[in-house]
Design a protein around this ligand. Structure first.
Ligand code: SAM
Length: 252
């Protein structure tokens, strides 16, 4: 049984809320930020999120003809890149729980001429609506920390992955350099919500963003969760001093 099934409350940032309230609270955050999401990503990370995503694509091993699931795909950064790799014989499914993010993503990909091999699906990562053994590669980028039952989500990803396929979890993680941690904390709790207020008119959502990062399992814990879900060869690679980590696992 997963951790969340045993508890009646869960974290929403630094607050404990009833388990059944978290989905709505997370939904409100992403309905609020959807329109300014891409601009804010570039501003908040100084564009570095593009490098984290580029590395994820490079390590995916995705090939022409593959079927790829980009869960919590949001505005489609990874989907866009995968769509070019898999070509007309392949398919990319961008799945996200939030219809505002899906709409921004669909419009953005259409504007860029990315169509034909991309499908958009509204789905919760905890219970993916796909048959067993469907996808060659599954990514979840900056999405897992928002999911209430993370163990269920990893199990669900493992179920729909083909044997030999790869799960990739790109997520904010833990720095082990005290000086970097201090600077990062100052930036996250003092500057980030102000940028959120200035650009998106919403400091609370960006306060949640910073808090949810701190509440997310550290590198080793997440690796164990992937192993517990039955994935093999689980490992992680830190980026930018551990601010972000890319975890990968293979379905045996
Ligand atoms: C920070 S955005 C990341 C978007 C995109 N992957 C990227 O890297 O730019 C997080 C996304 O996770 C989605 N999300 C949150 N909870 C989810 C869940 N339980 N299942 C699927 N998607 C979820 C949100 O709607 C949002 O689009």
């Amino acid at each position: 049984m997963s951790e969340q099934n045993k508890k009646s409350t869960t974290d929403f940032g630094f607050r404990e809320v009833p388990v059944e309230d978290k989905v709505k609270k997370v939904a409100d955050v992403f309905h609020s930020v959807a329109g300014k999401y891409d601009l804010m990503n570039d501003l908040m990370s100084g564009g570095v999120h593009r490098l984290w995503k580029k590395l994820t694509i490079e390590q995916s091993g995705a090939r022409r003809g593959n079927k790829i699931l980009d869960i919590a795909g949001g505005t489609g950064d990874l989907t866009m890149r995968f769509s070019r790799i898999v070509g007309t014989e392949g398919k990319v499914v961008l799945a996200d729980i939030n219809d505002s993010m899906l709409k921004v993503g669909r419009d953005r990909l259409m504007d860029r001429g990315v169509a034909g091999n991309v499908e958009f699906v509204q789905a919760n990562a905890e219970c993916l609506p796909f048959p067993d053994n469907t996808f060659d590669v599954i990514t979840i980028a900056f999405g897992l920390r928002n999911v209430t039952d993370k163990d269920a989500a990893i199990r669900s990803m493992a179920r729909v992955l083909k044997p030999g396929g790869k799960v990739m979890i790109l997520e904010f993680s833990k720095t082990d350099n005290p000086a970097l941690t201090k600077m990062y904390d100052f930036y996250s709790f003092n500057i980030l919500p102000k940028i959120g207020q200035l650009i998106a008119g919403d400091s609370e959502s960006y306060k949640y963003l910073a808090e949810s990062i701190r509440m997310h399992p550290d590198q080793e814990t997440l690796k164990s969760m992937m192993q517990d879900a039955g994935l093999a060869n689980c490992k992680f690679q830190n980026m930018t001093g551990g601010i972000v980590a890319l975890h990968t696992g293979i379905k045996p």
